[in-house]
Ligand binder design. Structure first.
Ligand SMILES: [Zn+2]
Length: 331
């Protein structure tokens, strides 16, 4: 939640000592022992700092145990709270009974952010594309400014702010899409991308920009929280090479990225490349899920580490850190 301004009675004190982080963000954490609190007026009262005005981006469902104050690279301050979530409340929120039997397969790609097995293609929303366009413009302007000049410094700050806006917009888009997919389905199947392998090549920038791994992480923790299944299919599974016709499953070999549709030489089905891959991912995910249910295979937990079926209770309380990211001016 963005912090707008600070007010404090008594003698002035310096800003809090931030611990430096690798990602250029700085953060300081206050635990329950630090005796911080949220005042009746909705201000954040921090020891030695005073009462801070906060732009609350959502109401807190319960009393948080800790608060972390973060300063990002664009000079904006945020307050992030750790909240205990209640599994029963979550289960009521999005009842799993309403989506029984509904499953979806996802193909993550470069032409579209994701393609669903029903043929639906998800591109990034207009607010994100607009922010990215403005970022490119500012990057061009920045590169033209003279080194060491005041204008260069001004444009650097503008650029940093726009970078942060793009990151926020992307984060919001990932949240919207992952929530929708989890809410509407009992099981979500996605391919585990060989992101590292791909990122070494020309596609590096697109992959970095698409932020697939943060999106997949969201699917994973939301599935766990709302009693859904999230299944990642293996990297070695040839989702884009196999004919998704369940009666055929002919493997046709690799295809260059510019081949968007192809006809299966075995059964004659015409395939849209991405939809076919999403259908294969769904089928493979269902196969893996059945194996897990029978206790013949391992599934993944929220962190992506393998867990034996049955060892993890979906209804155990879990902690979730809600880092708010809304644009505001620096405190
Ligand atoms: Zn076929």
């Amino acid at each position: 939640m963005p912090i707008v301004e600070a007010e404090r009675k008594g003698s002035p004190v310096g800003p809090p000592a931030f611990k430096s982080r690798k990602d250029k963000r700085q953060a300081v954490r206050f635990t329950a022992n630090a005796r911080w609190k949220i005042t009746e007026k909705g201000r954040l009262l921090l020891p030695k700092i005073g009462a801070l005005r906060v732009l609350w981006s959502r109401t807190l469902p319960s009393t948080p145990a800790t608060v972390t104050v973060i300063k990002d690279s664009a000079g904006r301050y945020f307050a992030s709270f750790v909240i205990e979530t209640d599994p029963d409340t979550d289960a009521q929120h999005w009842p799993v009974g309403e989506v029984a039997g509904r499953e979806v397969g996802l193909d993550m790609g470069l032409t579209h952010f994701a393609v669903l097995d029903n043929g639906e293609k998800v591109t990034s929303p207009r607010f994100l594309r607009r922010a990215e366009k403005k970022l490119k413009k500012l990057q061009r302007e920045h590169s033209r400014k003279q080194k060491g000049s005041k204008n260069k410094e001004k444009s650097r700050l503008r650029l940093a702010r726009q970078h942060a806006k793009v990151a926020d917009a992307r984060h919001a888009f990932h949240h919207q899409l992952s929530s929708k997919l989890i809410r509407e389905h009992q099981a979500v199947h996605a391919e585990t991308l060989n992101v590292k392998g791909l990122a070494r090549g020309k596609l590096a920038k697109s992959i970095h920009d698409a932020g697939w791994s943060s999106f997949l992480d969201m699917l994973s923790y939301k599935a766990k929280r709302y009693g859904r299944d999230f299944q990642r299919t293996g990297r070695r599974f040839p989702s884009s090479q196999r004919c998704s016709n369940p009666a055929c499953h002919h493997i046709d070999g690799p295809k260059p990225l510019n081949i968007r549709t192809w006809a299966c030489p075995a059964c004659g089905t015409i395939h849209d490349r991405d939809t076919n891959a999403a259908r294969n991912t769904l089928q493979e995910g269902q196969r893996m899920r059945a194996m897990v249910a029978e206790g013949r295979a391992e599934t993944e937990n929220a962190c992506g580490a393998p867990v034996r079926p049955g060892t993890q209770s979906r209804h155990s309380a879990m902690k979730q850190e809600a880092t708010e990211s809304h644009t505001s001016r620096a405190a």
